[in-house]
Design a binder for this molecule. Structure first.
Ligand code: GDP
Ligand code: MN
Length: 377
C-alpha cells in the first residue's frame, strides 16, 4: 500500500484534470513566506501539514494565513509537530477559497463486491466513518463500461447538486475514475470536495496505490519511505516483517497466530519489538533468511511460536538451526521455541540437537521469553 501525501495525491489529480486550489509545497517557514511574497500562493491562504494521517483540520495541522508574515508563523508552528506519530516536514500552502458546501466523493476497491465502488455523501469535510450509513451513497462500478452517465447523475443527486456544480461533477468524476484505474489505486478520495460558487474544487486528496501494481509504477518507488530499512529488505524477499517499539522478536506463522502471540506476550508484561510471519512457506532457506533478518533487528530475546500446517515444524527447525549457525556469537539472543502441529516430533528433535528446548505450553513459553527479555520494560 503506497499512501500518497496530499500534495502528491493532488499532483495525480492534476494529471487527470481535476479542479484544485492554486498552491505549492514548502519545507521551511522562510519558503512558506516567500511563496506568498512572490504571489505563487495568493492570500488568504491555507497552510496544511503534509502527513499521512487524517483529521489534520481538527488536530491543528491546518492553519489559515492572511499575509506572508502570517504564513511564515503558521508554517513555523506546524513544521516539526509530531502529528499522530509522524513528524511534519512538508507543508502545502494553497489559496483559501470561499466554500459554500463541503462534500465527499471517493472511488474505492470494494473487495467484497470485487468491484470499484463510487462513494458520495453530501456530508463532506468530516471523517466519512462518522457519517451515517443512510447519508452515504455507494454504487458499484463495473470496470468494463467504466463510470456511466447514470452513476454520475445518481452521485450528483446524492450530493444534492444541481445546475452548474452538477454539470461540473461529470468531468470531475470521469477524471477521478481515470485516475483510479490508470494509477492502479485502491482509493482515490476527495474530502472535502468544496462547492465554491458555481465550481467544484478538490480541497483534499487521498490516494492509495495498490501494492501489487507497484511494478507498473516505478514513479512511486521513491515514496515507499514508510518502511524501515529492514522492512524494505523483507519486502524484497517477500517476508512479512514489521518493526515495533519493544525488545522481543516474534516469529510465528499466519497473521492470526502472529497477532495472537503479540497479545499473549503483552498479557505477560512483554514488549514485542519486531514480528515476522513465516506464512505458508515450506522452504527451510526462507526460514533461515527470515531468522537472519530478525537477528539484524537485535531483539533482546526471540519467541518462535509455530503451528505446523503447510509450514511443517521440521522445516522451521532446520531453517532455524541453519540460521543460528550463521548469526555471529556477539549477536546471539535467548530463544524460546514452541512448535506444535505437523511433523512436531521431528522438529522438536532437530531443535533439541541444537540445544533449543520446545516448550509446549503457550503460557509457559510466553512467560519464559518475557523473563529472558528482562521482564517488563
Ligand atoms: P483533513 O482534516 O486532514 O482531512 O484535512 P483537509 O484537507 O480535509 O482540511 C480540513 C478542513 O480545512 C476542511 O474540511 C475545510 O473545512 C478546511 N479547509 C481546507 N482548505 C480550505 C479552504 O481553502 N477554505 C476554507 N474555508 N476552508 C478550508
Ligand atoms: Mn480531508
Amino acid at each position: 500500500m503506497v499512501k500518497l501525501a496530499e500534495w502528491r495525491g493532488k499532483e495525480v489529480f492534476r494529471k487527470y484534470g481535476l479542479p484544485l486550489p492554486r498552491g505549492s509545497v514548502a519545507r521551511s517557514p522562510e519558503e512558506a513566506e516567500s511563496l506568498v511574497r512572490s504571489g505563487r500562493v495568493p492570500v488568504p491562504c491555507v497552510v496544511k501539514a503534509q502527513v499521512l494521517a487524517g483529521g489534520r483540520g481538527k488536530g491543528g495541522a491546518v492553519k489559515f494565513a492572511n499575509s506572508a508574515e502570517e504564513a511564515r508563523t503558521a508554517a513555523a508552528s506546524i513544521l516539526g509537530l509530531d502529528f499522530k506519530g509522524e513528524v511534519v516536514r512538508e507543508l502545502l500552502l494553497e489559496e483559501k477559497l470561499a466554500i459554500s458546501r463541503e462534500l465527499y466523493v471517493a472511488i474505492a476497491l470494494d473487495r467484497a463486491a470485487r468491484l470499484p465502488i463510487l462513494i458520495a455523501s453530501a456530508d463532506g469535510g468530516v471523517e466519512i466513518e462518522s457519517v451515517g450509513d443512510d447519508r452515504i451513497d455507494r454504487q458499484p462500478v463495473h470496470p468494463f463500461p467504466g463510470l456511466t452517465s447514470y452513476e454520475r447523475r445518481r452521485a450528483a443527486k446524492a450530493l444534492g447538486l444541481s445546475g452548474a456544480p452538477a454539470k461540473a461533477l461529470e468531468p470531475l468524476l470521469d477524471g477521478l475514475w481515470k485516475a483510479f484505474m490508470a494509477e492502479d489505486a485502491e482509493l482515490v478520495e476527495i474530502n472535502p470536495l468544496a462547492v465554491v460558487g458555481d465550481r467544484l474544487v478538490a480541497l483534499d486528496a487521498k490516494v492509495i496505490i495498490e501494492d501489487d501494481a507497484a511494478f507498473r509504477h516505478a514513479e512511486y518507488a521513491e515514496i515507499r519511505d514508510d518502511r524501515t530499512p529492514l522492512e524494505e529488505i523483507a519486502r524484497e524477499k517477500e517476508i512479512a516483517f514489521v518493526q515495533l517499539d519493544g525488545n522481543i522478536g516474534v516469529i510465528a506463522n499466519g497473521a492470526g497466530l502472529t497477532m495472537a502471540t503479540l497479545d499473549v506476550l503483552k498479557e505477560f508484561g512483554g514488549h514485542p519489538g519486531v514480528f515476522l510471519d513465516l506464512g505458508g512457506t515450506d522452504d527451510p532457506k526462507k526460514v533461515t533468511e527470515a531468522f537472519l533478518l530478525m537477528a539484524q533487528a537485535k531483539p533482546t530475546a526471540v519467541f518462535l511460536n509455530i503451528f505446523g500446517g503447510v509450514t511443517k515444524c521440521d522445516t522451521v527447525a532446520k531453517g532455524l538451526v541453519e540460521a543460528m549457525s550463521q548469526v555471529p556469537a556477539a549477536d546471539r539472543f535467548p530463544l524460546v521455541a514452541r512448535i506444535r502441529g505437523n511433523n512436531e516430533k521431528e522438529g522438536i528433535e532437530i531443535l533439541r540437537a541444537a540445544g533449543v528446548t520446545s516448550v509446549p505450553s503457550l503460557k509457559e513459553s510466553a512467560q519464559a521469553v518475557v523473563a529472558a527479555a528482562g521482564g517488563r520494560i
